[in-house]
Design a binder for this molecule. Sequence first.
Ligand SMILES: N[C@@H](CCC(=O)N[C@@H](CS)C(=O)NCC(=O)O)C(=O)O
Length: 326
Amino acid sequence: MQPILYSFRRCPYAMRARLALAAAGLRPGLDLQLREIALKAKPPELLQASPKATVPVLVQPDGAVIEESLAVMHWALEQADPLGWWHGWSAGDQAVMQALIAENDGPFKHHLDRFKYPDRYPGETAEPHRREALAILRRWSEHLAGGGWLLGDRAALADWALLPFVRQFRLADPAGFDGEPGLAPLQAWLARFLGCPELAAVMEPPWAERSPWRSPGWLYHLALRPEWNAARGEGSYRRSTRGQSLEEVGFIHLSAAHQLEATARRFYADVPPGELLLLTIDPQRLAGAGLEVRQEPAPGSGERFPHLYGPLPLEAVLLAQPFLAP
Ligand SMILES: N[C@@H](CCC(=O)N[C@@H](CS)C(=O)NCC(=O)O)C(=O)O
C-alpha cells in the first residue's frame, strides 16, 4: 500500500506539495500513487477521504488523511529533507518562514484571487488588489535582496511554498509583472523558479497527468465528438457503440475504469486524436434518473461490462474530455 496524493496540475497548493514530495525523493508509482483530479468532477474516493475536498490531499496507508498543502510539505520533509528545506534552520528562521507562508496564504492569496478573477467577486475591481498584492511582493523582494532567497543564500521551505503563488500573480499579467519597477530581486527569484528542473518535473507525468485519474466508482463511455455534440443539442445521448444506436442495440455500452483501454484499442484505434471523447458518468445520477445499469457478459471478451438501459442523460455526464491513450 502506498500513500495516495490527490492533486491538480495547475493548483498552486498542489504544486507546492508535489515540489516537497519530489524534494524528499518520493516517486509516483513507486513510493506514492498520484491521482490527478478535475476540480469540477472530484472522485468519490477523494470526497470520502476529505469532505472539504480541496487539493492536495494525502491519504496514508493507515487511512490517516492530510488535507492541507503545508502539512503535506512538512510530512514529505519528515520522510527526508536532503536539501535542508526545513531542517537545519534555526527556530527563528523557521518562525520567519511560517510568517511568510501565513502572509502568502492569507492576504496575498486574497488579493491575488481578486486581481486574477475579478468576475468571480461581484463589486470588486482588479486594480486595488493588484496594488495590495504588489505591496506584499515588494516586502518579499527586500528579503530576497541579500542572498537571492527568502532566508538568505539557499532555498528553503518558504521559497517553494510561495513561488507557485507568485507564478500565478505573474500569469495574470506577465508583461505588467516583468515591467514593474523596483522589483528586480523578486523578478529574478521567480525567473529562476520558472526555469528550474524541479518545477518542470512536477508539471509533467508522472507528477501531473493530462487526464484525470479514473475512479472505479464511476462509469465511462467512449464517444465520437460529433455524436456527443449532437447529443448536447438534443438533450440526451443515444449512441450504443460505434456505428450503432441505442434503439438498434437496446442498451448503451459502458466500461468500468479498468476496461477502457481495451475498449479503445478494440473499437476506436483509428479515430484521430481529439475526435474521441471520454465521458465520465456518475452511476448515482443514472440511478437518480431511474435508469438501470446491468453487468452483462460481452460475447467474445469473457468479461462482464456495464450496460445502460435507456438514453444517457446529459446531467449524469460529469466530464467529456478528449480520450488520451496512455
Ligand atoms: N488551504 C488549502 C487550500 C487548497 C485549495 O484551495 N485548493 C484549491 C485548488 S487550487 C481547491 O481544491 N479548490 C476546491 C475547488 O475548486 O473545488 C491547502 O493549503 O491545501
